[in-house]
Every structure is written in C-alpha cells, then in structure tokens.
Design a protein around this ligand. Structure first.
Ligand SMILES: C[S@@+](CC[C@H](N)C(=O)[O-])C[C@H]1O[C@@H](n2cnc3c(N)ncnc32)[C@H](O)[C@@H]1O
Length: 283
C-alpha cells in the first residue's frame, strides 16, 4: 500500500483469504512460491512439520498486510478483521487451525492493542445428523465427535490511544447510532445469516460477508466523511457499504476477474450518493 501515506486511514474493515481453508489453497500457492513447493512435499513425506510450515507461511503473507494497515491507520484508528478458524484432515489427522489466535498474536507483535472481539454466529441451515451435514464424528456416541465451527470472529484492534474529537464535533454527532443499535451492535454475539444462505454464486466464490457486517462495523468505528480501507475487497461489499454510509473507501483486490463485480456492486451506491470512484489497475 505504498501509495498511502502514514496515518491517512481511520478504519480498516476486511476479511482475508482464510489460511488452511481449502478454497484459498490455490491463492496462497500463487502468492507465495514457498507454499506452492510445500504442498507437494507434504504429499511425498506426510510430515506434520511441513503442515506447520505451510500454516506459518500463509500467516506471514497476511502479516505483511496487518503491518501496512498499522502504518496507514491514524492514531486511535481501528482494524476490524473477519476471520474463521479452519478444521482439516491431513494424512488421517484431524486438526483445528486457530486463525483468530494467530492473527491476534501477530497484530500484538506489530503494536496493535487487542480489543474485545465479536463472534459472528451464522444460523445454520445445514441438515443435521441423518442428513449428515452439521456434525462431524460419531453421531450420538461419545467421545470422538467434533464441535461444529458455526462462528467466525471479528477481531478488533486499535492503533495507539483513543481518538480525540473537539466538543460537539458535527460529523460525529451526525454519525450517532440509536440505543437499540448500540445495545445490539456492542454485544459480543452477532447472529447474522451468512452469504451462503442469502446470496448468489459470485458472493460465494469470494466468500463475501453480508452487507450487515460491514454496515455495523463502519458505523461503530468511523465517522461520516472519514476513510475506510479494505485491503482484500473481494466482491466489494465494504466499498459499497462505505459509500452508502458517507465514508470514503480505499480498497485493493488482486484478482482482476472480480473487477466487474466490484464495479457493479458499488454502481448503485455511487449514483445514490453522487460519489466519485477511481479504479486504478496496477500490474
Ligand atoms: C475473503 S475474500 C474478501 C471478501 C469480501 N469481504 C466480500 O465481501 O466480498 C478475500 C479477497 O482477497 C483477495 N486477495 C488475496 N490476496 C490479496 C492481496 N495481496 N491484495 C489484494 N487482494 C488480495 C482475494 O482475491 C479475495 O477476493
């Protein structure tokens, strides 16, 4: 994000590719040749140390973005990262990869202050036991079944001290939320339907989050007229919601095939809000 100056962003809202979730394997391989070399090595030697190396390298890739985010955030700026843990069976060994704790450790090392996080509970529409969808393991018999991962995390970090505003800052007052919104948004569990349950193929391909997630975070942690960053735009949900809520948005997406989806998503918001949008292709 070399074109962004230090401290020019008030809020980062994003969801990165999830380490050790199969749908993102190819992306991580393309992004880092070490990972591309390690998967075939793992198939050949079956060594669990190789799995750990793959996991570490995936997080090192993401860590570069968390470090840049820290640089571009203003003092008191917030980073909100939606991440899910992963479970995977590798060489007949089943394991949890706790992405949320790894990102927390990395962000603390970078210098962020960790804040209480949100658990996004997706009401499941999967069939249960007899349909064999929701539960992994041995039905009703103890002790070898596994817990279903039906929550994702929205990790929250702050750079530096609390932000300060002059008394009766107009834009801040115009950005206020209601008591009902405050009571719901600032509680730890958010039960919001996932995009799989509500949207189409393109959103599924990018593992998009619902507008409601971006909307709450943007309204909770930024003021109208401020600038939001999404370093992993995907289908452009954060961009669309930021524009609709009178925030500026800067976003990055490495997959050029998503350009038309992103443009489409922000088109209506752009017209409604008379916003200016600039798309820069950098190869
Ligand atoms: C989980 S998706 C984001 C979904 C998004 N929140 C939405 O609602 O559509 C992660 C995105 O990050 C993109 N990505 C991965 N590495 C990137 C990088 N280094 N720079 C920019 N985008 C990247 C992927 O192509 C993918 O579209």
């Amino acid at each position: 994000m070399s074109e962004l100056g230090d401290g020019c962003i008030q809020l980062m809202v994003t969801s990165p590719p999830y380490p050790m979730v199969a749908m993102w394997d190819e992306l991580f391989c393309k992004a880092d040749s070490t990972i591309a070399e390690l998967w075939p090595k793992l198939e050949a030697d079956g060594d669990w140390a190789t799995v750990r190396k793959i996991y570490d390298t995936m997080h090192s890739y993401l860590a570069q973005v968390w470090a840049e985010t820290h640089r571009v955030l203003c003092d008191g700026g917030i980073a909100a990262i939606n991440i899910g843990d992963a479970t995977r069976n590798i060489n007949s060994k089943f394991q949890l990869f706790p992405n949320h704790s790894r990102i927390t450790e990395v962000c603390e090392k970078i210098g962020f202050t960790t804040l209480p996080y949100i658990l996004w509970k997706k009401p499941t529409t999967k069939p249960t036991y007899k349909g064999k969808g929701a539960f992994l393991g041995s039905g009703f018999l103890p002790p070898n079944a596994y817990i279903t991962l039906d929550c994702e995390f929205i990790l929250l970090f702050r750079k530096g001290k609390l932000r300060k505003f002059e008394p009766y800052h107009t834009k801040r007052y115009e950005s206020a939320f209601t008591k009902t919104q405050r009571d719901e948004w600032f509680s730890q569990i958010w039960a919001i339907k996932g995009i799989r349950q509500t949207s189409g193929e393109l959103e599924r391909r990018t593992a998009a989050y619902p507008d409601e997630i971006a909307e709450r975070l943007i309204r909770m942690f930024s003021v109208k007229g401020e600038t939001v960053l999404d370093p992993f735009l995907g289908s452009g949900t954060t961009a669309k919601v930021a524009i609709k809520n009178e925030r500026n948005i800067i976003g990055y997406e490495s997959d050029l095939t998503l350009l038309s989806t992103i443009t489409q998503k922000i088109q209506q918001a752009k017209i409604d809000m008379a916003a200016t949008v600039e798309i820069v292709k950098r190869l």
